[in-house]
Design a protein around this ligand. Structure first.
Ligand code: 3HC
Length: 290
């Protein structure tokens, strides 16, 4: 199937990025949010990003206008019924995701492919809840979606090969390099990345090195664009903690997944990183202060 019409459920940071790259690639995109205000906020983020691309000479102004014209918002799930692909990008809550897919399963045409952008939940449970597990995959983008070149396509136990292939082709169409992964915890990238970020927190907790030196070590020693503590701040301490907690609940005997006291304490204090203006670093928008 050549995916032309895309539904995106959730227009937060990731959802707006996914809607944007799909519309830039020529797809018609219907974005669902629970309120018109939230949709407006997401669209403002998209318009800001498009303006930045135009300003940098990376996108012609008329292409930005055409992209905007391909984006529609709605608060009615039924408006997604004709989509070839619906990507779920709502809050990381498995029950909420299962409920959403059960509803979409009843509303959407039978050919519609369902995809979840979950960073940590198993695809299988959501696939079963949708009532069409053979047309269900994971489609995991990376933050910031507009710039990161990777997308993971996760094959569920029951996903049909042509559904996986159509979704992989969609990933390539929106300018990403897709990699295929099985439905294992963290898929490929987060399975490696989250323990790395967490080990850096444990190093700070033990007093092995300062968080700035840990970051300098990985930036200059390994060529990472952001050291692990900066990246943790960038991704969100709460997001990382919720991934670890989910894995720890499923695999209580694996010490790698046991969240550190420092991480839990900082989340409790509202030090969530970039999104709250303070984590290990102080943030001003997308940049570390000072
Ligand atoms: N839209 C359009 N343009 C944007 C943009 C956006 N949203 N954000 C930044 N830009 C532009 C900037 O204007 C800039 O343009 P220029 O080069 O022409 O001046 C360019 O993109 C680069 O931006 P910055 O100046 O902010 O550049 P950096 O060189 O510092 O790069 C970065 C920023 C790409 C975020 C880089 O620091 C990086 O790669 N960091 C690591 C990010 C990462 O690892 N992400 C994955 C997180 S894990 C994840 O998402 C999974 C989840 O499940 C947890």
């Amino acid at each position: 199937m050549d995916i032309q019409k895309v539904g995106v459920v959730g227009c937060g940071l990731m959802g707006s990025g996914i809607a944007q790259v799909a519309a830039m690639a020529g797809c018609h995109v219907v974005v669902h949010e629970v309120t018109a205000e939230l949709a407006q906020k997401g669209f403002a983020r998209i318009h800001g990003s498009l303006a930045k691309l135009v300003e940098k000479g990376k996108l012609p102004a008329d292409a930005a206008e055409a992209t905007k014209a391909r984006l529609k918002s709605t608060t009615q799930l039924a408006d997604l019924k004709e989509c070839d692909l619906v990507v779920e990008v709502i809050v990381e809550n498995l029950d909420a995701k299962k409920k959403l897919f059960a509803e979409l399963g009843k509303l959407c045409k039978k050919e519609t492919i369902f995809a979840s952008n979950t960073s940590s939940f198993p695809i299988g449970e959501m696939a079963d809840a949708s009532g069409r597990p053979e047309r269900f995959v994971g489609l995991h983008f990376f933050n910031p979606v507009q710039l990161m070149k990777l997308v993971e396509v996760i094959r569920g136990a029951k996903s049909l090969p042509d559904v996986v292939e159509s979704t992989r082709a969609f990933g390539a169409k929106v300018g990403k390099s897709p990699i295929l992964a099985k439905d294992t915890p963290g898929f490929v990238v987060n399975r490696l990345l989250v323990p790395l970020l967490h080990e850096a927190v444990l190093m700070v907790e033990r007093g092995d090195a300062t968080f700035r030196d840990i970051d300098t070590g990985m930036e200059l020693g390994c060529g990472h664009p952001m050291g692990p503590i900066k990246l943790l701040d960038y991704v969100g301490l709460d997001t990382t903690l919720s991934i670890l907690e989910g894995w720890h609940a499923r695999f209580p005997n694996d010490p790698l997944f046991k969240p550190s006291a420092l991480l839990k304490q900082m989340v409790k204090e509202g030090k969530l990183g970039r999104k709250s203006g303070k984590g290990f670093y102080e943030w001003e928008g997308d940049k570390v202060k000072g």
